[in-house]
Design a protein around this ligand. Structure first.
Ligand code: HSE
Length: 443
């Protein structure tokens, strides 16, 4: 051990991750000191209620009610922000810490997806760390992977399962053949899903993480607004059965890909081959994959949330600072990060799964095939199935014709062509309701 002074931490937010970090520092403190070449000490904490039992020993640690005050305090070197939220105390306190010359470690993806450039600029001005390994996929070391080990590559695609709650729900729906609402209610009862699950199931949480991944992989400014978001609410048990028969799994996949038109970034329910590694990432697990021109396909998987896994990533970031290993938050200096062009989804190219509720009458399928051909869309398969009794939108409409599900799989096509064909199909009046479309990603 050298005689460097101890690295003094101030932790704001003592929820699951904060308490996990305190416990990790207590349990592994000696090894951390050895690896850091100096001891790492807890010099202050801030959270709402001092009296609450968090299952960790906080005795002797100064309690500072105001997070901004802790962030600026002369008693700390590193401010660890675990409050959460993209504005308010999280933003104000990180700003205060960087302005006061403190390194920052955060697990806050929403904050960085919205204000990453501004905060990275503040850090850069003073040569400070703004580390965020825990913000993307909990315990999976993907930020360091991209910031360090994969730097010699040109990256063409980064993708992953970045939200454990929605992956848990999709896994249960697939295995138990249960509808979305029922599985969500069960996940909430078990504490897997928040009382307000919007961020998880509508794609925002994965979108925040994808904005950061895209910045690291492609040298662009993190831009949450450029990400196309679709959640998992509209997936039916029928779609899982069809996917199974066709050789796919349905995952909420986050994908950023370099195309000729810019970086296409999307979070949406996606059919991926059953044989792919990500298809086997089930339950609350996360996985991230990176395609590099020299490294090839790199896939990491592990717990994307939880006290211990997330604390592990926060600790790694702290140890980097203790070892004086400090690099720009998004690899390049802020002035070198490119503004993203937003090609939008109309230029997306890939295969599609389409489920239509088709009126069972002569000529309907022929008319659908014609509309597809008009857009130069080639069909890989078309299957008419018996209508399940529980699938919404099927049954006998006013005109007496029974509607029945028809599943189409297209070959690779441009999304704007597919949308035009579907608009025409709906306009022709052979289908009831809104067509279900799920992108197919070749992995
Ligand atoms: N709520 C997230 C999830 C973890 O379900 O994966 C934190 O981002």
């Amino acid at each position: 051990m050298t005689d460097l002074p101890p690295l003094r931490l101030g932790i704001a937010g003592l929820g699951t991750v904060g308490a996990g970090l305190v416990s990790l520092l207590r349990e592994n403190g000696a090894a951390i000191a050895e690896r850091s070449g100096r001891s790492v000490v807890l010099a202050g904490v801030s959270a709402r209620s001092p009296a609450k039992d968090r299952g960790v020993d906080l005795s002797g640690i100064p309690w500072i009610a105001n997070a901004c005050e802790l962030a600026r305090s002369d008693a700390i070197d590193v401010y660890v922000e675990l409050i959460g939220g993209e504005e308010g105390p999280a933003l104000q306190s990180v700003e205060a810490a960087l302005e006061a010359g403190k390194h920052v470690v955060t697990a806050n993806k929403a904050l960085l997806a919205r204000h990453g450039i501004y905060l990275a600029g503040l850090a850069e001005k003073q040569g400070l760390a703004l580390n965020f390994e825990a913000a993307i996929a909990g315990g999976i070391p993907i930020v360091k992977g991209l910031r360090e080990s994969l730097l010699g590559n040109s990256i063409s695609r980064v993708y992953g399962i970045l939200n454990g709650t929605s992956n848990y729900i999709l896994t249960r729906m697939q295995r138990e053949k249960l509808p979305f609402d029922e599985v969500l209610a069960e996940a909430q009862a078990l504490g897997y899903a928040e009382a307000d699950p919007t961020f998880d199931i509508d794609g925002q949480d994965a979108g925040h993480k994808l904005a950061l991944l895209a910045a690291l992989a492609f040298g662009v400014r993190p831009d949450f607004g450029s990400i196309h978001l679709e959640g998992i609410r509209r997936i039916e048990p029928f779609d899982f059965d069809a996917a199974e028969e066709l050789g796919y799994r349905i995952k909420l996949l986050a994908v950023a890909i370099q195309t000729e038109e810019g970086i296409e970034a999307r979070v949406s329910p996606t059919m991926i081959p059953k044989t792919s590694a990500l298809a086997r990432v089930d339950g609350a697990l996360n996985s991230v994959a990176v395609e590099g021109d020299y490294a090839g396909l790199i896939i990491l998987a592990g717990p994307g949330a939880g006290a211990r896994a997330t604390a592990s990533s926060v600790a790694g970031d702290i140890i980097d600072i203790a070892r004086d290993h400090i690099s720009p938050p998004f690899i390049l200096p802020v002035s070198k990060l490119r503004q993203q062009t937003r090609p939008g989804m109309s230029s997306h190219e890939g295969g599609f799964y389409i489920r239509l509720s088709v009126y069972d009458r002569p000529g309907a399928i022929a008319a659908i095939a014609t509309r597809m051909a008009e857009q130069d869309i080639s069909l890989e398969s078309i299957v008419q199935r018996r209508a399940p009794t529980d699938l919404p939108g099927f049954g006998r409409p006013g005109n007496g014709a029974q509607s029945t599900p028809v599943v189409l799989i297209t070959h690779r096509t441009r999304e704007e062509r597919l949308r035009a064909a579907l608009d025409a199909i709906v306009e022709d009046g052979h289908v009831s309701g809104i067509p279900q479309t799920i992108r197919i990603e070749a992995l």
